[in-house]
Design a protein around this ligand. Sequence first.
Ligand SMILES: Nc1nc2c(c(=O)[nH]1)N[C@H]1C(S)=C(S)[C@@H](COP(=O)(O)OP(=O)(O)OC[C@H]3O[C@@H](n4cnc5c(=O)[nH]c(N)nc54)[C@H](O)[C@@H]3O)O[C@H]1N2
Ligand SMILES: Nc1nc2c(c(=O)[nH]1)N[C@H]1C(S)=C(S)[C@@H](COP(=O)(O)OP(=O)(O)OC[C@H]3O[C@@H](n4cnc5c(=O)[nH]c(N)nc54)[C@H](O)[C@@H]3O)O[C@H]1N2
Ligand code: SF4
Ligand SMILES: [Mo]
Length: 686
Amino acid sequence: MSESAIHRTFCRFCIAYCGADIEIDAQQQVVGVRGDPDHPTSQGYLCPKGRALGINHHDPRRLDHPLLGRAGNRRQVGWDELLDDAALRLAEVVEQHGPSSVAFLVGNGGSFDASGRWALEQLQRKLGSRTRYTNMTVDTPAKPVLGTLMGGFPGLVPAIDHERATMTVLLGCNPVVSHGHMNSFPDPVRRLRALGDQGELWVIDPRRTETAALATTHLAIRPDTDWALLAHAVREIVRSGADTAYVSEHTVGIDELARAVAPVSLEMAVRVTGLSAKAIEDFVAAVRRHGRIAMQTGTGATFSPRSTLVEWLVWALSIVTGSYDRPGGMWFHPGFFKQFDERNLSPVDSPAFGPGPASRPDLPNVTGEMPGAAFADEVLAGNVKAAVIAGLNPVTAYPNLGRQRQALDSLEVAIVADVMASELTDRATHVLPVAGPLERADLNYWADFLMIDISGNHTPRVIDPVAERRPQWQALAQLGARMNLDVIAEGVNPDTISEEEIIDRVGRGARRDVDELRRSPTAVVADTSVFGWVHDRILPDGRWRLAPASLVASFAELTDVTLDTGNVETPDDSLLLISARQLRHVNFQLTGVPLGGGHRDEPALLMNPTDANRLGIADGSTVQVKSPAGHVITTVRTTDLITAGAAALPQGFEDVNVAALVSDDDVDPHSGMPRQTAIPITVTPL
Ligand SMILES: Nc1nc2c(c(=O)[nH]1)N[C@H]1C(S)=C(S)[C@@H](COP(=O)(O)OP(=O)(O)OC[C@H]3O[C@@H](n4cnc5c(=O)[nH]c(N)nc54)[C@H](O)[C@@H]3O)O[C@H]1N2
Ligand SMILES: Nc1nc2c(c(=O)[nH]1)N[C@H]1C(S)=C(S)[C@@H](COP(=O)(O)OP(=O)(O)OC[C@H]3O[C@@H](n4cnc5c(=O)[nH]c(N)nc54)[C@H](O)[C@@H]3O)O[C@H]1N2
Ligand code: SF4
Ligand SMILES: [Mo]
């Protein structure tokens, strides 16, 4: 008989944080992974990535040993030798160039390690570096910018009121695949059906996605034209259909807003978006009919070259209908650990939180994070000499692949704490093999305010770290100790403190004590939604600012140009490349891994058959995809699910790397966000 045991934990591939039961046999092999039926949020649901927690744990590409030197000139060494050398070389850089010449990078992979990310931030602070790069600035900087400009706080994240919403609008997000952008959707199909059954579910997306298939109405909009649909809707609703009592009591700037959107006539909206007049009128009528709306955006909005304007108009439409912070619309998630609703936060005026990068002074520093679009420039300009990279892969995540490679190779010290061998780790000078999700105690700390409910979850480690893998908090604290920095706290020795003591520090001040989370057999839900705290505690004078001057000015330029030219800026032979996520990998993670039933995601280019025919491209043929920034070679899949004129390529693959097509120059000036959707491309058969 097998002597396997079942351990309860939760998945850390995405912000849904689904509960999982992991079966481990006597040889420390993961032999089974199932959804936790008692988990209050995910209720037994686990997507293909969650079910691959065991595959990921045993992946032959996992990093097992410390490595010193770049690939080609590399040795396997012991931890002491690695950390001694790393500390010595970092100290030299600090001495010669100052602490801010050391950049700290943390991304999606590294953020789900609560104590690992905490230790990275501690190390940065103790070293005195102001230079942090994350994934946020290449994902969704428009959202904190908008929270600041309109509500006075960057952490305002609107979330659908699943219990009461009757008109849900999803713009540029595909939760059936992604399980949510800034708002998680565990068990998405069931929840989307429920939202549709409660009223109407609108999906605005150039592709008839898996989510669009569940919608009551799908608007197959032209990429990067959402602003025209939204501005027209704001114009019409402000004329008739707004919650006027709410607007006069809780907003400033309604007249400026109305003036800004006034040029966006139905005729202009039709011409720009490619939607029919009837579709646009139906949308406006539905907003009027329901009064309140629950509108959520995803990366289809935040990746667009006008991301800040799009987000602004979404917020404006939501606010003039009285839909924010009120039942039936959107609530604001205060976080289980972060508890924004309990803090005394003073309103912030400017979305720039500090000096931006010296080599790109035009780009903002958002919430203390330097724009990822400037990382390569900063290294190549000599402002960044060393980097500590923990769970961010600039090779696949940051724009302009060629420049990222150059930048990584020219760093004097590139310390990479990661779980998986990759092109990034090949380019590192010091590789720290850190513990993966099953090998560490953890909390759902980082994305607690992006979850579908206000809940806390603690997991002990379910399996001991394999080979020489070491918890990241410990490795980084030991690195700090060698530079005379007490990373954890003054006088605390990282060799002897336990991982659960670190968890106590990370989880301090939460809605519930960490011990209560430890005792609970699964997640603890404190609330499913909360309303009113933003009005009561956050909004400056209790009012939303509807018309931030910088956005109004940019919007006026946009409408002026559009009145003149019609805004169809793509040349005839080119297509617009849109972003697309896939079910069986998350960004770089799990790419190339065959999951359940042997299925694996392929980095194929999706094209409409009309475009393919016109260009003489057959389904399955090999093509070169070229953008102003670079090119990739891949296979074409034709499908009428994608609107003509658009093409889609998934992100995360090293071989067909979409980052080669993204420019680090073409950025939204308000947020620093590189254009990662609606990229003009040409496709040539090979
Ligand atoms: N399986 C899986 N899950 C993931 C990830 C993953 O890689 N795989 N990544 C995780 C991460 S880091 C994130 S940030 C989230 C992202 O979560 P989502 O934002 O939901 O990402 P997508 O599923 O790509 O959905 C974006 C949609 O925007 C559409 N779109 C593109 N351009 C435009 C446009 O101009 N206008 C409009 N209206 N729509 C447009 C695309 O067609 C696509 O359907 O997913 C997370 N979850
Ligand atoms: N062109 C284009 N660019 C994009 C996107 C796009 O769709 N198109 N998407 C953008 C978005 S939304 C995001 S969030 C970023 C995502 O990009 P990244 O932030 O780079 O996220 P991942 O690829 O999920 O993971 C990054 C790294 O974390 C490592 N990792 C995994 N688990 C752990 C762990 O437990 N500890 C540590 N230390 N490391 C770990 C992985 O091996 C990987 O090297 O990319 C952005 N860039
Ligand atoms: S939805 Fe997210 S948290 Fe849930 S199993 Fe999938 S990857 Fe894991
Ligand atoms: Mo992301």
